[in-house]
Design a protein around this ligand. Structure first.
Ligand code: 5GP
Length: 212
């Protein structure tokens, strides 16, 4: 017998730095309350344009280790010398509420989540080509040239793992990428496992429970 454990979904959006994934997830969260955007913790230095609690929770390494060692991170990874992690409690709460939770995280973290939650949907976002990626990174002007080079090397390593992902979206236009992800979220909601509680004999008809 099958029963529903959770009604929400976990969407992981990965892609090289400069692929536009940050813009895409923010646009999704702004477009509909069905999406809940998880805010990660990081030991990376805050950029001038960033706001604590909005873009990240900026914490020090000791605080990060405490969160990790008390199992309060759903996943964590190191990326070019800094630590990043997803707070577990927010994701759990939002999934319970039936939301599509968006995690914008790198590939190692994505694979950790997939191994624990096989239902997680893995989406890889890439820009039309690598020259474009280089240009977007350079235009962003938030990193020195050595960091840009390290991010380009890392980008090639990440792209090599595309086959572990469920979907590949080429981000030539933000609005197209947003609409593609909305369609995936809609299809996900129609899955029998998200709609039918076989034990209780109920199905989920857009938030209303109906007897089978
Ligand atoms: P950035 O320093 O550019 O903000 O992020 C660097 C990389 O870390 C990006 O690929 C971003 O998606 C990823 N990242 C951000 N938050 C998390 C997280 O909580 N966990 C993991 N594994 N990666 C993250």
């Amino acid at each position: 017998m099958l029963s529903i454990i959770q009604t929400g979904s976990l969407f992981i959006i990965s892609g090289p730095s400069g692929s536009g994934k940050g813009t895409v997830v923010k646009a999704l969260a702004a477009a509909s309350p069905e999406f809940a955007l998880s805010v990660s913790v990081t030991t990376r230095k805050k950029r001038e344009s960033e706001v604590h609690g909005v873009h990240y929770f900026f914490i020090n390494e000791d605080q990060f280790i405490t969160l990790r060692d008390t199992d309060r991170l759903l996943e964590h990874a190191s990326f070019i010398g800094n630590l990043y992690g997803t707070p577990r409690s927010y994701v759990d709460e939002q999934i319970q509420e039936g939301k599509t939770v968006l995690l914008e995280i790198e590939v190692n973290g994505a694979l950790q989540v997939k191994s624990r939650y096989p239902d997680a949907v893995l989406i890889f976002l890439i820009p039309p080509d690598f020259d474009e990626l280089n240009r977007r990174l350079a235009d962003r002007g938030t990193e020195d040239s050595e960091t840009v080079r390290a991010r380009m090397v890392r980008a090639r390593e990440e792209v090599a793992l595309i086959d572990k992902y469920d979907y590949l979206i080429i981000n030539d236009k933000i609005e197209n990428a947003v609409s593609d992800i909305k369609m995936i979220a809609h299809a996900e909601k129609l899955k029998t496992t998200k709609r039918v509680d076989f034990e209780a004999g109920f199905y989920n008809n857009n938030n209303q429970a109906s007897a089978l």
